[in-house]
Design a protein. Structure first.
Lengths: 395, 516
């Protein structure tokens, strides 16, 4: 296929946490709000005068110092973040708002705080409690936490307008990004898709790490471009849904697609499901409560512990596989991630036994690079799907 | 052989087999007393096993075989003890043994596969192992029983290899080997279908960690979806020190009580609750008194005697059993008398230590070994530094918040969660209070909450001039780090940094690889 016009530019953007668009927004006087987890509602961090950046550590090399502070038993994402913070790689941010989502992320941020890694004098950290069940009690907690740990500090420290009107304005911008990503993602349903899973991953990921308003024209242009883009004639050997924990390494999807698979749907942190679902607001309730309710109900985070949510997560993956015509599912987790270790294990069994999908279950390092092990696993999985097809088996 | 400590080398009793070659001679009076307690435990076991349903359970559940090692476990945790400490230990073990026997008896009586007593089963609320049982304080007619406690938790105290089979089962199912082996083993029991099936309902809690929270999803998959036992997931906030999570925690307690009422048809009884709250308060006062003594030159209730008992009393009993209060009073009386007499456990106290980390006694009698081998006094441990908040004994609204607070502050999670201050900063405050010169950092390699602060512990200890001895272990799995590998970590530090010789050299290297 002909290269997408903005792909190279976005690939370059993702090579640095403090990327061109972030620098541009900061030069306009906007405050950069860093976060590390999808459980912090994004629109609240993108109010007029602020923009959010989900932290990642592209081009991670050595993690020696972070390993000293947190040992080699903590997941590499958290160690890579801490290492980058110690190197001064996040000094462009103005505050860090984090949920006590998983223990390792929490410890990572606490180490950042204890080691005084952020150099701005008015820099502050906020730690949020996020509900573990989607019920009324959880909603009350969520709204209170967002008010106390996001809105109030942003208003008091930076004078940000946190009114209902400002939040609705942020939601409108957020929704525009979501609409565009979803519309682009729809092309992945086609037999001969005119966008690769890798390209889609680059587009989606950019929306998490750069000011949204600056990406909207890029996404609009890309959507227009796709309408006339000629797909490759070659058919992929297998279509897969990629499910799991945090994937911000551009090489993961690339590696899978290099093995002949097509990543037709992305259900992982930094993916578009459910992160790029629109937030539907009505006028009969304040925006904050509505945002929290929708974040809570749609969340596919493994830490939600009620049975409805647990079963719902597997049904959600199965539905994605059905909607996007997947032949199989790849469940991945980052090595040493406790929540996804369990979720991947049980999810794999359930999707195989109850939904009858072929499932590849893998753990992986933070930066995949050219991992031979992972490549071999994916190649074998693709072949097994092909053999099933040849033998006329079911899914 | 004499009645004094050190009259015979304690390491000489070890063989290469499962049991030791003979009992320790502690002088006539203490040996006779110790023997009567051994007989008492054998009596508890005999009374338990004569019931046909318990014999059936013995052959049905793989983990039951571990209970053959119960007397040996008590012997392990009373090594070298004399006088008041021996009596304190046995007061505790007598009660804990009887409590576990009662728990097993009830489990098997109501178990659909064994006793199948439907009437009893309908009065049972299954509780997590690592869960405060505060929500059961107002249900005197119901039984809050934990299946994980006898299957996994107690089993690993009895037999060092008890959890290995279930860890393997979980890993064959697909779980990686780097998660905490405690919830992994519990999940393994469930996958192996080796839990008794009973109960009107179950209350699961997100204590103590991500692994524990997620392990519950494996257990509830079988329990709720296959066995048809409705489960309530009690979500205790992680940032439990913050004011703005307390209402959420309180509402979870209200919802949980409502769930239990609906499932069992029983009503919450405030009188019963306040009676239990009174007992918890008195137990707290006793514990505080013991800790105060431990700050002096004459500690009396410390090491295993403090750690094992506090866990049971604080978390599992939570004021529901008056026998534990009677034991508290007896222990305090023994300790006060010994304190007045300036009684010392060992001829020489070399180091005053705080043991920081998760449970330090699962597959190893670490605390008693520390004192006997090296003269290191384990003054207190992380899991004994639990809430000392006084519960309201008459205010119903406050009581809900008290139960929420207790649930949030379950042993271990009150330190491993709630922000770094409760894990890191308070340790140094305790060092000062207890005048400790040493911290044994009992680092559970799979506990991400603890290892995530590794560098901070090291730097702060250096800054404060406190000896920090890293002791890495894998909590439930001696195949990863054996007992001797644990001992070696301490031995190395004592010889190279402190340049000391052991008090009892026979304990430095032991042949207990195969021992229970």
């Amino acid at each position: 296929m002909k290269d997408l016009k903005h792909l190279y530019e976005l690939e370059r953007l993702l090579e640095d946490a403090n990327n061109d668009l972030v620098r541009k927004a900061r030069s306009e006087g906007r405050k950069c709000v860093a976060t590390v987890c999808e459980n912090v509602p994004e629109p609240l961090l993108n109010l007029p005068g602020t923009f959010s950046v989900r932290l990642r550590a592209p081009r991670t090399g050595s993690m020696e110092m972070a390993t000293y502070y947190m040992t080699s038993f903590l997941c590499e994402y958290t160690r890579a973040l801490l290492e980058r913070a110690m190197e001064g790689g996040y000094n462009f941010t103005d505050c860090l708002i984090t949920p006590d989502g998983c223990t390792m992320l929490n410890r990572c941020i606490e180490n950042m705080e204890l080691l005084h890694t952020m150099e701005k004098p008015d820099f502050f950290y906020e730690y949020m409690e996020i509900p573990m069940k989607n019920d009324e009690n959880g909603l009350n907690l969520y709204t209170l936490q967002c008010r106390n740990h996001v809105l109030t500090p942003l208003h008091e420290r930076f004078g940000i307008d946190v009114s209902d009107g400002a939040i609705r304005q942020a939601v409108a911008e957020h929704n525009r990004v979501c609409q565009l990503i979803r519309a682009i993602g729809e092309y992945r349903k086609e037999d001969h898709p005119c966008i690769t899973g890798y390209e889609f991953h680059i587009l989606t990921m950019a929306t998490y790490v750069a000011p949204k308003n600056m990406l909207i024209p890029v996404l609009e242009e890309t959507l227009e471009e796709l309408k006339t883009r000629e797909p490759d004639t070659k058919k992929y050997r297998a279509r897969v849904v990629l499910v799991g924990s945090e994937v911000d390494d551009v090489d993961v999807v690339k590696l899978i697609e290099d093995c002949g698979a097509y990543v037709c749907a992305d259900r992982f942190c930094y993916g578009s499901f459910p992160g790029r679902d629109e937030i539907i607001l009505t006028e009969d309730e304040d925006a904050l409560t509505q945002i929290c309710r929708q974040y809570m109900n749609r969340a596919q985070c493994a830490r939600y512990m009620n049975q409805e949510k647990i079963q719902g997560r597997r049904a959600y993956v199965a539905k994605l596989a059905e909607d996007y015509h997947a032949d199989g599912i790849i469940y991945e987790q980052m090595k040493f991630c406790d929540p996804w270790a369990y979720e991947r294990t049980v999810g794999t069994q359930v999707l195989r036994d109850e939904y009858h999908y072929p499932v590849l279950s893998v753990d992986r390092p933070y930066a995949v690079g050219h991992s031979g092990q992972l490549r071999t696993r994916v190649q074998a999985f693709v072949e097994s799907i092909e053999i099933k097809k040849i033998q006329g088996g079911g899914k | 052989m004499g009645k004094e400590w050190g009259s015979e080398p304690l390491g000489s009793f070890y063989t290469t087999g499962k049991v030791r070659n003979r009992r320790e001679w502690r002088g006539f009076k203490d040996t006779f007393y110790d023997y009567t307690r051994w007989l008492h435990i054998m009596g508890i076991l005999s009374k338990f096993i004569v019931k046909p349903r318990n014999i059936k359970a013995f052959f049905r559940y793989r983990w039951m075989a571990n209970y053959l090692a119960a007397p040996m476990m008590v012997d392990r945790h009373t090594q070298g003890l004399r006088g008041p400490q021996l009596r304190i230990a046995h007061t505790e073990f007598d009660l804990v043994m009887a409590d576990v026997a009662k728990l097993l008896d009830n489990l098997f009586k109501a178990d659909r596969r064994i006793g199948n007593d439907k009437k009893l089963s309908d009065k049972v609320v299954l509780m997590d192992e690592n869960e405060m049982t505060a929500v059961m304080m107002g249900f005197p007619t119901l039984k809050g029983l934990s299946r994980e406690t006898p299957a996994v938790y107690v089993s690993v105290l009895l037999n060092q290899y008890a959890a290995c089979h279930y860890i393997d089962v979980a890993q064959e199912y697909g779980l990686p080997g780097d998660v905490c082996p405690m919830p992994e083993a519990e999940a393994g029991v469930s996958i192996d279908d080796d839990f008794p099936i009973l109960g009107a309902c179950a209350v699961q809690c997100n204590t103590t960690c991500d692994g524990s929270l997620m392990g519950n999803s494996v257990i509830s998959k079988r329990l709720e979806l296959e066995d048809g036992v409705p489960c309530f997931q009690l979500a205790a906030p992680l940032r439990h020190q913050e004011e703005d999570v307390q209402e959420y925690a309180a509402q979870e307690i209200r919802n949980c009580i409502k769930f239990i009422e609906e499932q069992t048809g029983e009503k919450w009884d405030w009188d019963a609750y306040f009676t239990c709250a009174g007992r918890v308060n008195e137990s707290t006062r006793h514990r505080l008194e013991w800790l105060e003594m431990n700050k002096t030159d004459y500690p009396q209730v410390f090491g295993s005697n403090l750690a094992l008992y506090t866990e049971t009393n604080y978390m599992a009993i939570c004021g529901k059993d008056p026998d534990f209060l009677a034991a508290d009073r007896k222990i305090t009386a023994l300790a006060e008398k010994a304190y007045k007499e300036k009684h010392k456990v060992l001829p020489e106290y070399r180091h005053r230590a705080i043991i920081w980390g998760v449970q330090s006694h699962f597959y190893f009698d670490f605390l008693i070994w520390l004192q006997n081998c090296w003269g290191i006094l384990p003054l207190t441990d992380m899991l004994s530094m639990v809430s000392t908040k006084v519960l309201s004994e008459d205010d119903k609204e406050q009581a809900i918040y008290d139960m929420a607070w207790l649930t949030e502050n379950m042993i271990m999670r009150n330190r491993t969660h709630g922000g770094y201050r409760v894990l890191l900063d308070e340790l140094w405050e305790f060092c000062e209070e207890f005048r400790a010169d040493t911290v044994i950092l009992w680092e559970h390699m799979s506990c991400k909450a603890l290892t995530g602060m590794h560098g901070q512990f090291e730097e702060k200890a250096r800054e404060k001039g406190i000896h920090l001895i890293w002791v890495t272990h894998d909590l439930f799995d001696p195949r990863v780090i054996s007992r001797q590998a644990i001992r070696d970590q301490v031995n190395r530090y004592m010889r190279t940094v402190f340049r000391e010789e052991p008090l009892d050299p026979s304990l430095e290297i032991l042949t207990d690889e195969q021992s229970w």
